[in-house]
Design a protein around this ligand. Structure first.
Ligand code: DGY
Length: 323
């Protein structure tokens, strides 16, 4: 009997998502729920793998890819793929897939929840009650900022940005956006207006970063960027931490250049509770849970599995990054 190709899954994923894959491949799943597979072990596994089912926290670099001689496909459980050296994968003939579309609405929900949490001081207010500090009602008790009828500026208007814009429209907001290129087909349907990056940051009440991490977007938000913002502006980042220079954001908050920040992502994840940005009451920090609903994570896992199945069967997967 012919040996089945070996597929390594770097974290526990919903069991049902692996059922079809297990019919055609020998599947090994990294058994530790909360601990990522150490890089050296991943490299060893990759040497004999035909497929890798990876997470955004796994580093798939040129060194690993060069030694993974049988590897045909890497399926990343995320829409972002900055953890993978795409150029090296392409050189080695490895197909890289990701999971767009299925997570757009869920990530947009989280983006909006984060924006609202900072604007209306939801976390501070909930802690205030839990700590027993609520002794009296007062007109300005934990007063925040309005969201409705304000201006939202979306940096990186793709699928998730479009879903955020639709939610913003429900709040009667003015939607500005900035992309590398102006021609964004959703412009008419979501009624968003293209502006330069500088105009976006200076006009918006909410600056929402959804741009992927690339050579062009790394360190995009510097102290100068924050200086251009309104003092009442709130910055929300649900893309990748390194798009913002964290030290500059810290200084901006210290100097009250902006009113707050909602951060689902950080330059080096996970952060510890000693991270300098956590000391600000007007910062709401989350552990990179943009797409983390049970339904969406199941869909993402099934899609990743399907990508690997397609490559193993010689058919083209839907969401190839390095086509
Ligand atoms: C992704 O899929 O890239 C998101 O960051 C997950 O939340």
């Amino acid at each position: 009997m012919e040996e089945k190709p070996y597929v390594f899954v770097t974290r526990k994923v919903p069991v049902s998502s692996l059922a079809l894959l297990e019919e055609i491949a020998e599947v090994e799943v990294w058994p530790k729920e909360d601990e990522p597979v150490p890089y050296d072990i991943l490299k060893e596994k990759a040497k004999k793998a035909t497929g890798l089912f990876t997470m955004l926290s796994d580093r798939i670099d040129a060194g690993l890819l060069a030694e993974a001689k049988q590897l045909k496909v890497v399926a990343n459980l995320a829409v972002g793929f900055d953890n993978i050296d795409i150029e090296a994968a392409t050189e080695e003939g490895v197909v890289v897939c990701h999971t767009p579309d299925v997570l757009s609405d869920t990530t947009a929900d989280l983006t909006f929840a984060l924006l609202m949490a900072v604007a209306r001081r939801i976390v501070e207010a909930a802690e205030y009650v839990k700590k027993g500090d609520w002794k009296n009602w007062a007109p300005l008790l934990l007063a925040g900022h309005d969201i409705h009828h304000k201006t939202i500026g979306i940096v990186g208007m793709g699928r998730i940005g479009t879903a955020v814009a639709k939610r913003a429209k429900g709040f009667d907001m003015t939607v500005l956006y900035h992309n590398r290129k102006k021609d964004y087909e959703g412009e008419r349907t979501v009624g968003a207006t293209y502006v330069s990056f500088d105009e976006l940051v200076s006009r918006s009440d909410f600056i929402v970063c959804l741009a992927p991490l690339t050579n062009e977007t790394i360190n995009l938000f510097t102290y100068d960027t924050f200086k251009q913002m309104k003092e009442s502006a709130i910055v929300v980042n649900v893309s990748r931490g390194a798009v913002i220079v964290e030290e500059d954001l810290e200084k901006a908050l210290e100097n009250n250049l902006i009113a707050g920040a909602g951060l689902d992502v950080f330059k080096d994840e996970p952060i510890s509770n000693g991270h300098p940005l956590l000391r600000f009451p007007n910062v709401v920090a989350l552990p990179h849970i943009g797409s983390a609903s049970k339904e969406t994570r199941e869909e993402m896992a099934s899609l990743s599995s399907q990508h690997i199945i397609n490559v193993l069967k010689g058919t083209k997967p839907e969401a190839i990054v390095n086509d």
